[in-house]
Design a protein around this ligand. Structure first.
Ligand code: PMP
Length: 387
């Protein structure tokens, strides 16, 4: 196989070698059920609790506020179902979220509306940031939950979560953020941001897949989404996925140690690629945020006029470069990205968008290679374009 470059780290990341080593060693010896009272169970539980402490330290919250889930999708669903239950108990209430959330929220919103729950979605500006004045217009004393993602998976735009949290609390609502793309790249603080709920997923920060976290502030309303056993103090039933949880904990520790250097490195690669594309390829639009303070450091989303994103993706794949059009979760549908459209991008440009997402294992040489391969691909595709 020739050179292979993975630039789809927002879809998922490769496990860090430290994580892989730790779980490989653990999984042959730690096989007890973490809920069992004997030695085997207690050893499994020790690994789970170690992970809980590492995650709590990364999120700046108390370990008792962490519930392990199967991923961010489950964590997001749980929060919205808690809000549904609160609204049903009170006999009134609303949820306020945005038009650019991940499908695990967008689809849950559709489901809740079918159940008769009122959900409002705040619009975003062209750079992908939530329009705060429009958001505040949607607020009122009847709002039970506000949910705004920390950083967008497609554009990388970061939202002012601390400010949004203050607004939510001013109206007496609970504040949730989906921090799945931000974890390990931004300093997150449940305490400083005064969050009530936060979701994230292990596989986006070099941990295993199929494991995630729901942070819920002490004393805040909670209802299990998965009913059954007494695991997680009755908050999430199901035998502990001990090894994956442990691996995610190791990844959290690494993330905390490396966050500043990692972010600087990702931003340098992103900027080099952006500058190179702007210099070498005419008729493009860089989507979303533009400065480091408002961008997830490793995300670059670009629209190429007069070309289909899928064609670019396939040609880059043939050249050994893995990227994405829109979000991976939306692949399979030929609908243009709702995130880009929400920012006001025209439909043709939304069809020609590519997301490059950098990670820990990318290098500047990867950027050089993309800048060598991409411009002739775009020229060739434009030459045969019928658009
Ligand atoms: N939220 C965001 C912002 C994401 O990017 C993703 C993963 N694409 C999720 C939630 C869902 O994570 P998981 O698939 O691990 O449940």
């Amino acid at each position: 196989m020739g050179r292979l470059i993975y630039l789809d780290n927002n879809a998922t990341t490769q496990m860090a070698p430290e994580v892989l080593n730790a779980i490989t060693e653990a999984q042959s010896v730690v096989y007890g059920n973490a809920s069992s009272m004997h030695t085997f169970g207690r050893e499994a539980q020790r690994l789970v609790e170690q992970a809980r402490d590492n995650i709590a330290s990364l999120l700046d919250c108390d370990s008792s506020e962490i519930t392990f889930t199967s991923g961010a999708s489950e964590a997001n669903n749980t929060v919205f179902m808690i809000a549904k239950s609160l609204i049903e108990k009170r006999g009134s209430g609303r949820i306020v979220t945005t038009t650019i959330e991940h499908p695990s929220i967008m689809e849950t919103v559709k489901y809740l509306r079918k159940c008769g729950i009122h959900v409002d979605q705040a619009p975003v500006a062209a750079d992908g940031s939530v329009k705060l004045d429009e958001f505040e217009k949607l607020m009122g004393p009847d709002v039970v939950l506000v949910s705004v993602m920390t950083g967008n998976n497609e554009t990388g735009t970061i939202q002012p979560i601390e400010t949004i949290s203050q607004i939510a609390h001013k109206y007496g609502a609970f504040m949730h953020t989906d921090a799945t793309q931000a974890i390990g790249k931004l300093e997150l603080s449940c305490r400083k941001w005064n969050l009530d709920y936060l979701s994230c997923s292990g596989h986006k920060f070099y941990g295993p897949k199929g494991v995630g976290v729901l942070y819920a502030k002490k004393g805040i309303p909670y209802e299990p989404f998965v009913h059954g056993g007494e695991q997680e103090h009755g908050r999430r039933a199901g035998t502990y996925n001990t090894i994956a949880i442990y691996g995610m904990g190791v990844a959290a520790k690494l993330a905390k140690e490396n966050i500043d250097e990692e972010s600087r490195r990702l931003w340098a690669m992103r900027e080099k690629l952006r500058e190179g594309i702007v210099a070498k390829v005419p008729n493009i639009v860089v989507n979303g945020c533009s400065d480091r303070q408002h961008c997830l450091p490793g995300t670059l989303d670009v629209s190429f006029e007069n070309v289909e994103g899928e064609s670019i993706l396939l040609m880059l794949d043939m050249a050994g470069i893995a990227v994405s059009t829109g979000s991976a979760c939306a692949t399979g549908s030929l609908e243009p990205s709702y995130v880009l459209m929400a920012g006001g991008l025209d439909v043709e440009l939304a069809h020609g968008s590519i997301r490059f997402s950098f990670g820990r294992f990318n290098t500047m040489e990867d950027v050089d290679y993309v800048l060598e391969v991409l411009p002739p691909i775009i020229s060739r595709l434009r030459a045969i374009s019928t658009r």
